[in-house]
Design a protein around this ligand. Structure first.
Ligand SMILES: NC(=O)c1ccc[n+]([C@@H]2O[C@H](COP(=O)([O-])OP(=O)(O)OC[C@H]3O[C@@H](n4cnc5c(N)ncnc54)[C@H](OP(=O)(O)O)[C@@H]3O)[C@@H](O)[C@H]2O)c1
Length: 315
C-alpha cells in the first residue's frame, strides 16, 4: 500500500513516499481503507522536532504520522461487535501514540472510531476528529460549560477554535472569539457572539469575567487569559504543557483552575461529535483540499498558522 514515512525529524523533504505492507489488525481493531485524512499542528511539530517525534513514536522508525481519518472498514477483528465490513467510520486513531494514518490502510482500535453520519462527506468527517475532540474534551469533559456561561475562545477562526465555538454555542454559552480582522466575518458567521481582533483590540478591555477560556495560543496569552477570567473560572491552554510558575501562581491567587489538556482518542466522544454533525449542529469548515501526493504542501500550508477552519487530504 501507499504510505508516507519519516525516518528522522526535519523539513518536509523528510516525508518519504513508499510502498509498505498493509497493517495486520489485532482482535480489537478494524482495518480502514482511508478515503480522507486531516492534519493538525501536531503533525508538523512532530515532523520537525526529534523530541516530539520520540515522545509519540519512541524508537520506532520509520514513523508513519497522521491521526485523523475517515474511510471504510474492510476487515474487522474477532472481538469487534459495533462495526461491520463496509461501514464508513471516522476518528482520531491512537493519540497520543502511533497513528499511522498517512497510508492507504489503517489499523484502528474499534474504540477510537464512530460511524460516519451519511449526511456528511468523508472530507467533513476526517477533519472533525482531533480538533473537534479537543474542543469537546475541554468544553464538556473538563469545563462543564453550561447555558449562560461566558466563554472566550482564542484562535476562533482555526481548526480547534471553529469547532469549539459551535460546541460552546450548542451548550448555550455566550461566545467571544478572537482572530485577526480578515477572519472577522468567518468567526461571526460560525456563531460567535462577539469578535475581538487581537491585532488591534485589547482583550482585557473587553472581557474580564469569562467563566471559561480556551487558549490556543499560549505564551503571554496565558497571563491575558487569567485577566479575562472571573474568580473561580476555568482556563484550558492547549499548545504546550509548559505553563510558567508566574502564571500558575497568578491563576491560583485568583482561584482560577488553569491547566493544560492533551486530547485523547475516544470513540465515546467521537459518537457525540457524530451525533452533532448528523443533526447539523456541528459543521466542518474545510477551507483547502490537498491530494495525498501534496502532503508536503499541506504541512507547509498549515505551518503558516493562518488556516481558516481545517484542511483535508484525499487519498
Ligand atoms: N493539547 C492538545 O491536545 C491540542 C489539540 C489540538 C491543537 N492543539 C494546539 O492548539 C493550537 C491551535 O491548533 P489549531 O489546529 O486550531 O491551529 P490552526 O488551525 O493552525 O490555527 C490557525 C488560526 O489561528 C489564528 N491565530 C493565529 N495567531 C492568533 C492569535 N495570536 N490570536 C488569535 N488567533 C490567532 C489564525 O487566525 P488569524 O490568521 O486571523 O490570525 C488562524 O485562523 C496549536 O498550537 C496546536 O498544536 C493542542
Amino acid at each position: 500500500m501507499k504510505a508516507i514515512i519519516l525516518n528522522e525529524a526535519g523539513c518536509v523533504e523528510n516525508l518519504k513516499y513508499v510502498d509498505i505492507p498493509k497493517p495486520k489488525i489485532t482482535s480489537d481493531e478494524v482495518l480502514v481503507k482511508t478515503i480522507s485524512l486531516s492534519i493538525n499542528p501536531v503533525d508538523y511539530k512532530v515532523r520537525a522536532n526529534t523530541g516530539s517525534l520520540n515522545w509519540l513514536f519512541k524508537n520506532e522508525r520509520p514513523a508513519v504520522l497522521g491521526w485523523d481519518l475517515s474511510g471504510t472498514i474492510v476487515e474487522i477483528g474477532e472481538n469487534v461487535t459495533d462495526f461491520k465490513v463496509g461501514d464508513a467510520v471516522f476518528g482520531m486513531v491512537n493519540f497520543p501514540g502511533k497513528g499511522n494514518v498517512y497510508a492507504e490502510f489503517v489499523a484502528a482500535p474499534a474504540t477510537h472510531v464512530a460511524l460516519k453520519p451519511s449526511n456528511i462527506s468523508h472530507q467533513e468527517a476526517a477533519t472533525a476528529t482531533l480538533a473537534a475532540l479537543i474542543a469537546w474534551q475541554t468544553l464538556v469533559n473538563k469545563g462543564n460549560v453550561k447555558k449562560g456561561d461566558k466563554v472566550l475562545i482564542h484562535g476562533a477562526s482555526g481548526g480547534v477554535g471553529h469547532y469549539a465555538t459551535q460546541i460552546a454555542k450548542y451548550l448555550g454559552a455566550y461566545v467571544i472569539g478572537t482572530s485577526s480582522a480578515k477572519n472577522r466575518e468567518f468567526v461571526l458567521q460560525n456563531g460567535t457572539d462577539k469578535h475581538v481582533d487581537y491585532t488591534t483590540e485589547n482583550i482585557l478591555e473587553i472581557v474580564s469575567d469569562a467563566d471559561f477560556v480556551l487558549d490556543t495560543i499560549a505564551g503571554d496569552n496565558i497571563s491575558k487569559s487569567i485577566d479575562s477570567t472571573k474568580t473561580g473560572g476555568i482556563i484550558v491552554t492547549i499548545p504546550s504543557g509548559n505553563i510558567s510558575n508566574a502564571d500558575i501562581n497568578k491563576a491560583k491567587s485568583k482561584g482560577i483552575d488553569l491547566s493544560f489538556l492533551l486530547v485523547e482518542s475516544s470513540g465515546v466522544d467521537m459518537l457525540k461529535i457524530a451525533q452533532l454533525m448528523e443533526r447539523g449542529i456541528l459543521k466542518s469548515h474545510v477551507s483547502k483540499t490537498f491530494s495525498f501526493d501534496e502532503m508536503k504542501d499541506a504541512h507547509l500550508y498549515l505551518e503558516k498558522g493562518r488556516t481558516i477552519g481545517k484542511i483535508v487530504i484525499n487519498i
